[in-house]
Ligand binder design. Sequence first.
Ligand code: 5AD
Length: 368
Amino acid sequence: MFNLKELLKKTDFTNEEIIFLLGLKDPEQCKLLQEEAYRRTTALMGNKVYYRGLIECSNICTSNCRYCGIRKDNHQVRRYEMTKQEIIDQAVWAARNGYASICLQAGERRDEKFISFIEECLREIHKQTVSDVLPDGVGVTLSLGEQTKEVYERWAVASGNRSNLRYLARFETSNADLFSMLHSAKGKYEKILDHRLECLKYLKECGYQVGTGVMIGIPGQTLKDLCMDIRMFQQVDADMIGMGPYLMSEEADLESLGQMENKALFQLSLNMIAVTRLVMGNINIAAATALQVLHPEGREIAIEYGCNVIMPNLSPTKFREGYQLYDHKPGLNDDPFHFGLHLEERIQSRGREVGWNESGSSRKWLMK
Ligand code: 5AD
């Protein structure tokens, strides 16, 4: 139907072409896609892979997303909250050990106690991480769900570092019906796709570099849906994309719908990353931890398919059992203090370098 080699020279694609590329299965053809995505990644973004040290601050959640292992109605999971000191300690350790950027993630909460708690953490993290190496303090990515514009603004101010401030909020799927199905269990707040997209707009207005993304292989999702997801990345003008395979969680509420077979799901996820790179150009794309469930070197392979960001888990190991969004989450016992170095060896073995002490903003954002 299409001449693949010719297609891979293009920078503007039709929906039909995107759907064709997403659906590639033949190993030779997938390799051509991979090579072109890799070539463009290094040409547009350089050879470095940037770390964001992930701190999973709390698994307490007011939402009931049907796919998620820490959803409100899962009473099997023991809920935890890291203390302010624990969060600050991990952030300061990260800043002193070459991580120019950390990511604070937690279950979704909108109460004032939580909002001001995060504010206080941010202020203290900034204060304690300004140094010769990081003159603006450690960069922060927040991944704390849907909030009001005022809250996004408060957190941006508290972070003290607007040049290196990011927010990650996946919209999960651009198909509004599928989004409704995923969020049809009652949580404290209603979840609709339009509101999620509105949040992304607020975040832009507050000066965040905006990261979003989707789950790949959601039951009922088609290649056309994934193509429209990429179109939505363009529409929201994303600076960063983080996306991974949808994986079943026994503690969630979608088990009866099953999950795509691992090998096909892995290839589809890699294709989605590569095509996103081809369409979106010079943005950051993160290699999701979920890829590692499907293949022991899933994240490293994703780097070969167009990713240039990776989020080593810096959460203290004692909390990790409580933060399993999906089954078989890897690295529950990985030592946070050494993991980044082991990972560096695997990244270097693929001809890439780790951007220690560099914020790694997307070229697209820097050029604005
Ligand atoms: N499989 C894959 N990804 C999941 N997430 C939550 N649950 C799952 C699952 N079962 C992802 C969502 C969310 C992010 C924090 O984790 O995309 O945005």
